[in-house]
Design a protein around this ligand. Structure first.
Ligand code: PA5
Length: 446
């Protein structure tokens, strides 16, 4: 496996005594996940997912993906949060962040319903003009406002375009029984897939939620599961020599030493959405009861020319976890007779060689600047690595959350903005809240 974790830069920040001091609580947290008896344990379906998923549905997903590839130019994936980030992260991780712009025999894929922007919707509608379109609407509850609004608009576009034929172009991923999309799928005969009851949104990328869009992009699902299984073997069975648990320990130790922001950094733009997925995973899992690391992300070397200054010399509350993408390449930098840029000393070197020196130089500079560095490395961006990394971080997140003393599987705080928004929008059932919020806003306007 081409993944490694190293604490080589952490010497001055985390000692073996620090690690020994958290061993018991880490072991307890590990066992809560393994034995499924911690808080929120009814949402641990993802732990065995690499070994145990519905194979009938899995084959149906592959078949649906083929049909979508053959019948559309544009595939619209509607969903938000856990019903969106994993699939997009996978596609950009494996296929690169310019996937849509590349020549390929798979459809362009656009993610919609993850905001409430009318201009984004207009742009997507324009992109669909004159092209064949299929939709995958993904929502466990089926009542989330953002994807709900997007689905109304886009379904109507599809119905105008294809009349009854629209139904064959709509694919639904929702809860097996409770999801509000379920009766619609049945009424209109949309092909549908199940979000398992025991898997929450942010842990759902290896379920039907992620699988259909990932397969439509031409990514090998079997290979992705092979990677996830290899990680499950390594991290979910034994406490000792377990890098996923070690990562959970390191980040908790650093938090307790005042490093309250974790920057996930990577040196390849194809990792941008992976970082977004990771931010949701850790932010929504750990940020509660006044606790948790704030998860942020940067892409190097791009962000070294913007946030780099802050990381080097701003408030000393950061540590970074760097996923070094160290992939061989054949872009050899040529010598230039004029050498106006003075870069001839790089002639004969590859772009990745330069990238690797940037990673190394940055790690040393940041470590010297009191930004501890947890160093990870991958040597390929295949489906296998994606599955592996997903499992590595999911497992670490569950252990880390239990070490923090919170339930890593709920998200009570997400409701607060929704309550206000529904009150302002006049949703039935929110009458008192509407009255209260209107009075409050009137007072604020005075
Ligand atoms: O991780 C989560 O549980 C959330 O991010 C949800 O996935 C998100 O709110 C979307 O919910 P739903 O799938 O019900 O539309």
């Amino acid at each position: 496996m081409a993944f490694s974790l190293s604490d080589r830069y952490l010497g001055q920040y985390v000692s073996k005594f620090d690690l020994a001091a958290v061993e018991n609580e880490a072991k307890h947290a590990f066992e809560l996940v393994k034995n499924k008896n911690g808080e929120g344990s009814d949402f641990l379906g993802w732990v065995n997912l690499p070994y145990d998923h519905d194979m009938v549905e899995y084959e149906r997903i592959k078949k649906a993906a083929k049909k979508i590839q053959q019948t559309c130019d544009v595939f619209l994936v509607i969903g938000i949060g856990g019903s969106y980030l994993g699939a997009r992260a996978a596609i950009e991780f494996v296929k690169g962040n310019l996937y849509n712009d590349k020549k390929k025999d798979t459809p362009d894929i656009y993610f919609v319903g993850n905001d409430i922007s009318s201009s984004h919707m207009r742009d997507v509608m324009d992109i669909c003009e004159g092209r064949d379109v299929c939709i995958n609407v993904i929502s466990k509850s089926g009542t989330t406002t953002e994807p709900g609004v997007a689905f109304r608009v886009l379904r109507s576009m599809l119905e105008k375009k294809y009349c009854k034929g629209a139904n064959e172009r709509i694919f639904v991923t929702t809860d097996s029984k409770k999801g509000a999309l379920r009766p619609q799928a049945e009424e209109f005969n949309y092909e549908s897939f199940v979000v398992p009851d025991d898997i929450g949104g942010r842990y759902s990328v290896l379920s039907a939620v992620g699988l259909l869009p990932i397969a439509v992009a031409g990514i090998d699902l079997d290979e992705m599961f092979e990677g996830a299984r290899a990680a499950a073997e390594k991290y979910s069975k034994n406490f000792y020599n377990n890098d996923s648990v070690k990562y959970a320990c390191l980040r908790n130790i650093l938090l307790r030493k005042g490093k309250c922001i974790e920057l996930l950094a990577s040196n390849d733009p194809s990792m941008t959405m992976f970082c977004e997925w990771w931010k949701q995973l850790f932010g929504e899992s750990e940020g509660k009861d006044g606790k948790g690391l704030y998860p942020a992300s940067v892409i190097y070397s791009t962000d070294l020319h913007s946030l780099g200054q802050y990381i080097q010399e701003g408030q000393r509350t950061l540590f970074e976890t760097v996923i070094n993408v160290n992939v061989e390449d054949d872009f050899v930098i040529e010598s230039d007779d004029v050498n106006a840029d003075g870069l001839n000393f790089l002639a004969g070197k590859t772009i990745n060689y330069v990238n690797q020196q940037a990673v190394l130089g940055t790690a040393l500079a940041h470590t010297d600047g009191n930004v501890p560095n947890i160093a990870m490395e991958i040597t390929s961006r295949s489906a296998y690595e994606f599955g592996y990394l997903v499992y590595f971080f999911e497992f670490a997140c569950a252990v880390s959350g239990y070490m923090l003393g919170i339930n890593p599987f709920n998200q009570p705080g997400v409701e607060a903005y929704k309550k206000n928004m529904f009150a302002l929008l006049g949703k039935p059932g929110y009458e008192q809240a509407t009255k209260d919020i209107t009075e409050r806003l009137e007072k604020l306007a005075k």
